[in-house]
Design a protein around this ligand. Structure first.
Ligand code: PZK
Length: 295
């Protein structure tokens, strides 16, 4: 009698939908466990594309789970053992509800994205002064903690000085956020480097459990939360090749797509060959990083 007449799920709506992200969904089960579900949606140039990448959500979920294991001695994770509904098998993480830290915790080892823009304007990022003469994709003298505000949906995060985090969260918590974020970056970068992948930067989410302990939440060191570059193609002074989205970006930028990334209109559907190559690139990232075969 474990399966109700009508099949699993027929007992009623056991899941409450909490939030939709660009490419993920958050649910709560009847027992108060959160389910972080990674969909097959993909975003590029700030748009969520209409074409899904088959298995992307499963691949990134399995990659996060692998990283949580590798990082267990750095910081405990929000993962709990709980049943996952069959419809989400392989693409959901069951986690405890945390009180989330309202700051994006970012560590960077290379210059890209908003840090590059800030550096070009001011020579600094988050109040940290960087050496002169760096270019797009340059390696930084050492990893830096570059926190940012959590922007409302559709807006971009804004980099803030660590002192601002200390003002908001208290000096002791701010120091812990920085320490954990840099350790996650260092461990991630070291492991990935051994497999020919540069972790240019990574964004983590931390939260407090009811006992006041900081825990690692969300996804970790995935291509959606980090810039991963194939080391063999790294060449400072130009935009870097992205491990996962390069094929999509190149196609959307090509005349064949008939679309301009500066437009507000939605990008066109992806052709089958772009979907297939992109799926293969997610699998390659998973296999190279974990040393496991995607099955
Ligand atoms: C939490 N997000 C991001 C994910 C979205 C948004 N363990 C937790 N406890 C409380 N809150 C969160 C987590 C986690 N992880 C995560 N927002 C809140 C997110 C998926 C879809 F729309």
């Amino acid at each position: 009698m474990t399966v109700p007449p009508g099949g699993p799920g027929a007992a009623g709506p056991a899941l409450k939908h909490l939030y939709s992200g660009k490419v993920r969904e958050l649910y709560e089960t009847a027992d108060g466990v959160l389910l972080l579900v990674a969909t097959d949606r993909i975003s590029a140039f700030d748009h969520v594309l209409e074409t899904p990448i088959p298995d992307k959500g499963k691949i990134l979920t399995q990659l996060s789970l692998w990283w949580f294991e590798q990082l267990a001695d750095v910081v405990p994770s929000h993962l709990v053992q709980a049943p996952v509904p069959a419809e989400f098998a392989g693409r959901a993480m069951a986690c405890r509800r945390l009180s989330m830290v309202p700051v994006e915790c970012v560590a960077r080892g290379y210059l890209a994205g908003s840090a590059l823009a800030d550096y070009r304007r001011t020579g600094e990022v988050c109040g940290i002064s960087l050496p002169a003469g760096l270019s797009e994709g340059s390696r930084l003298p050492g990893p830096v903690f570059t926190p940012a505000t959590k922007a409302p949906r559709g807006e971009h995060d804004v980099n803030i000085p660590a002192a601002e985090v200390a003002r908001q969260a208290g000096a002791a918590v701010a120091a812990e956020l920085e320490r954990i974020t840099l350790q996650v970056y260092r461990r991630g970068a070291e492991l990935a480097a051994a497999r020919g992948i540069i972790v240019a930067d990574t964004k983590i989410e931390l939260g407090f459990d009811p006992g006041g302990r900081l825990m690692l939440a969300d996804e970790v060191l995935t291509p959606d939360s980090s810039r991963l570059w194939p080391a063999s193609q790294w060449q400072p002074g130009r935009p870097q090749v992205s491990f996962d989205k390069q094929i999509v970006r190149d196609w959307l930028d090509s005349p064949e797509a008939g679309w301009d990334k500066r437009d507000t209109d939605p990008p066109p559907a992806l052709p089958g060959h772009v979907v297939e190559q992109t799926r293969a690139s997610y699998i390659e990232a998973y296999e190279r990083i974990t040393g496991r075969q995607w099955v």
